[in-house]
Design a protein around this ligand. Sequence first.
Ligand code: SF4
Length: 215
Amino acid sequence: MKTQKHWYDFLWIVTPIYLGLGVFRILFAWIGMLFFCLPLLISIFGGGKLYCNRYCDRGQFFSLLGGKLGLSRNKPTPRWMRSKVFRYGFLIFFFVMFFQMLWVTWLVGSGARDLREFVTLLWTFRVPWDWAYQGSVTPWVAQYAFGFYSIMLTSTVIGLVVMLLFKPRSWCVFCPMGTMTQLICRVKAGTPPCQSSCSGDPSSCAQCKGGAPHA
Ligand code: SF4
């Protein structure tokens, strides 16, 4: 029997459009703030994991490529990747990189550093991206866009690699947004975090219920 499609089932299209816009106009990267704020706001105001389970374009994008299009090897996500140590470690790493990006933005805004018109891929490789900025705004606004786009592109690349190697939504297991919304849900519900023995499977772990669609 065919399941009825909803408008939000097509949100996967947002991922390629967002990344594509950033190739031509880096300032569009600011739209990514929505993907950053919405999951947190939905969780804080009682929506639980609704964003992950229904509205996340990126999760849908990986499902489409790895599932429907069969690009995933569909192997189990490694245990270490599902471990608390890795998930929370990655969250901390993500925040360190995020605040470093804010610091660079502040330096540019204060005039202590010139605008850097490149995208940093995997926090390491500087890819020239100067064609995407036409010099129409104050430099710190552009710097933030370059930094934020770097984060979005890097996380998409990592998500694609783990999608190819393991289950389609392996990224969701350690996605910083998923980890944060899960933390918010648990704090609100007063439940402790999963045990280190958790397999990441919602059907076998009471604390995972309602969590991100595990890989
Ligand atoms: S865990 Fe991250 S990528 Fe996965 S559905 Fe949630 S917000 Fe989207």
